[in-house]
Design a protein around this ligand. Structure first.
Ligand code: MN3
Length: 242
């Protein structure tokens, strides 16, 4: 018993000494960190990365064909990611995240801005779709009905914006300080960029560049937009509504 107590005491003493050592080391590294911060040490800048496609290339058939998905993801999107990260390095762009990056898009080089938009927009677009769709009762349906009157009216107005976007671009459902709005943007611009006329939190997007539909739908953008409604990931859209 006596031996056990002594051992226990020794063990505690070692633990206490260990704690003290750790504390000292912690104190030292904290001081070192403060010094680094004061010297304005360059932090690693935010780089864009491509999300893993949340479903196989053929998962959205027949609405979106597998070959279009594969080329769109592996060629178009991958290239935007590669190019924006090249621009970030070459131009020494140092932002903490995508939101901060886009808040400074005015004055950026076309390479940085366009490819950043392409990188982010496609990640958002892939996650906006799913093999099985279906909008059920909930806060999203309420918000859409409140803003547009009905789901059908919303779909009609969103489709009109997508169809009416001249040339390449995107149509978006956004929340502008809690108010739902439909906007469209040219090229790879998005509603997070400080240069766009109506900014807001993106909730849903459709890519209306020809590369998004031409293999299957050719010039019939309207048929692609109609098919898009079959694969909208409403659960994801609802999650984005805060
Ligand atoms: Mn695209």
């Amino acid at each position: 018993m006596e031996t056990l107590k002594r051992r226990k005491f020794i063990g505690m003493a070692v633990a206490a000494a260990g704690a003290l050592t750790v504390g000292s080391v912690g104190g030292l590294s904290l001081n070192a960190f403060s010094a680094e911060t004061n010297d304005n040490v360059h932090l690693k800048p935010f780089l864009f990365s491509q999300i893993l496609l949340p479903y196989p290339y053929n998962a959205l058939e027949p609405s979106i064909d597998a070959l279009t998905m594969e080329i769109h993801y592996t060629k178009h999107h991958a290239t935007y990611i590669k190019n924006v990260n090249e621009a970030i390095t070459a131009e020494n762009l140092s932002y903490a995240n995508a939101a901060e990056f886009f808040a400074h898009s005015t004055g950026m080089s076309p390479k940085a801005r366009n490819n950043a938009g392409g990188a982010w927009n496609h990640n958002f677009f892939w996650a906006s779709m799913a093999p099985s769709s279906g909008l059920t009762e909930g806060k999203l349906m309420k918000a859409i009905e409140g803003a547009f009157g009905s789901i059908d009216t919303f779909k009609a107005e969103f489709s009109k914006a997508a169809l009416g976007q001249f040339g390449s671009g995107w149509a978006w459902l956004i929340s502008d300080k809690g108010k739902l709005k439909i906007v469209s943007t040219p090229n790879q611009d998005n509603p997070l960029m400080d240069n766009v006329s109506v900014k807001g939190t993106p909730l849903l997007a459709i890519d209306v560049w020809e590369h998004a539909y031409y293999l299957k739908y050719q010039n019939k953008r309207n048929e692609y937009i109609t098919a898009f409604w079959n694969v909208v990931n409403w659960k994801e859209v609802e999650k984005r509504l805060v």
